[in-house]
Design a protein around this ligand. Structure first.
Ligand code: NAP
Length: 343
């Protein structure tokens, strides 16, 4: 034990689970706070840390349980991952998204100011804040133009975190996170949906998969590396905000092609727009485009410049796009064969 205590909200999500393991390895006493239910328990199981995190009930909609969690955990560091994190859902549930992602962070920061003012605070901010700010690499000084209720809610939380740092003198930081994926990604997210489909199609368990905008361009990294950067952010002498990104951009179409190739399915693309299809070697349609998965307003391209993180934190994204897609497909196949997944 290193004597330090950390509170992670949303700890059974992708990032929370990876960070829990990292902090346990570093000798922290880890308190994990999440809503009732066990939707993410499988992640702790696969990481081999089930039962090693002290569990606390927490819903960001409710102030009293936030204060309880802070009083029980008495944390040196707080990582806030709890969120309605699915961009498409935010268009259908903008009010809930704001309550959790925006006002929820106000509840948390205010509770912290009263109950744990010396704790260090990390907010999971997002590249979605940049929205439609051109196609250049985004850095910590780029303007924000959010294009979804999710991004707008996260913008409030972002600036509130900056404000508690400036106005209240609290140690509060934002990690402006570009997409980061892993075998622990939720099944509703695009990359996981694709890698699952690729594995299931090779095993004859699924015919095809429907997706949204194939032209969206994203900067995709490996979540396990990103949580290491988040920890480093809270170890600096002064609180600050950092972009975490790979600096490489690829389209959704490329991700699908790479993942399917890793599963042994060579795809060619036919048609365009909503009629575009991914067809395999045998002429079978394996990928279709569906309007259902289009965002009402989409962000064309997101690419990040993480040179500040490299300079100050000594952090750089290492895992390459192709290796990430292949690792995720391999994990799906291993799970289906009842084998242990490398995480
Ligand atoms: P995730 O897997 O969706 O995890 C989110 C966690 O928040 C889940 O454990 C979820 O619990 C919990 N949660 C939802 N509503 C809550 C509420 N009202 N009160 C308390 N907990 C609640 O997300 P992730 O990929 O680990 O991402 C972590 C954070 O980084 C999120 O804030 C996300 O918005 C942000 N982020 C992620 C990415 C990325 O590429 N992964 C990029 C930018 C920013 P349930 O299982 O009960 O829903």
């Amino acid at each position: 034990m290193n004597g330090k205590r950390a509170l992670i909200t949303g700890y059974r999500g992708q990032d929370g689970a990876y960070l829990s393991r990292l902090l346990l390895e570093k000798g922290y006493q880890v308190y994990g706070a999440d809503r009732a239910g066990d939707s993410g328990q499988w992640r702790l199981r696969e990481l081999g840390i089930e039962g090693r995190v002290q569990e606390l009930p927490l819903d960001l909609l409710e102030t009293s349980n936030i204060i309880d969690a802070l009083e029980k955990a008495r944390p040196d560091e707080i990582y806030n991952f709890a969120a309605q994190s699915f961009v498409l859902v935010s268009f259908a549930q903008p009010v809930l998204t704001a309550e959790v992602n925006a006002v929820g962070v106000a509840r948390l920061l205010e509770a912290m100011r009263k109950a744990a003012p010396e704790a260090r605070f990390f907010q999971a901010s997002t590249a979605e804040l940049f929205g439609s700010t051109g196609s250049a690499q985004k850095n910590e000084t780029t303007d924000f133009h959010p294009k979804s209720p999710y991004a707008v809610s996260k913008l409030y939380a972002h600036w509130l975190t900056v404000n508690y740092r400036q106005a209240q003198g609290m140690y509060a930081c934002n990690g402006i996170l570009f997409n980061h994926e892993s075998p622990l990604r939720g099944e509703e997210f695009l990359t996981r949906k694709i890698t699952m489909a690729a594995a299931r199609i090779t095993k004859g368990l699924q015919e095809k998969v429907a997706v949204g905008n194939l032209d969206a361009l994203r900067d995709w990294g490996y979540a396990k590396e990103y949580v290491d950067a988040m920890w480093r952010i809270l170890q600096q002498p002064e609180p600050d905000d950092y972009i975490l990104a790979t600096g490489e951009v690829h389209s959704v179409r490329e991700f699908i092609g790479t993942a399917f190739a890793a599963a042994g399915l060579g795809l060619r693309w036919e048609g365009s727009g909503l009629q575009e299809k991914g067809v395999d070697q045998d002429g079978k349609v394996r990928v279709e485009v569906s309007k259902e998965f289009y965002r009402p307003a989409d962000v064309k391209e997101l690419i990040g410049d993480a040179s500040k993180a490299e300079r100050v934190l000594g952090w750089k994204a290492r895992t390459k796009f192709g290796d990430l897609a292949a690792m995720m497909v391999d994990s799906e196949i291993r799970r289906m064969e009842g084998k242990k997944v490398e995480l």
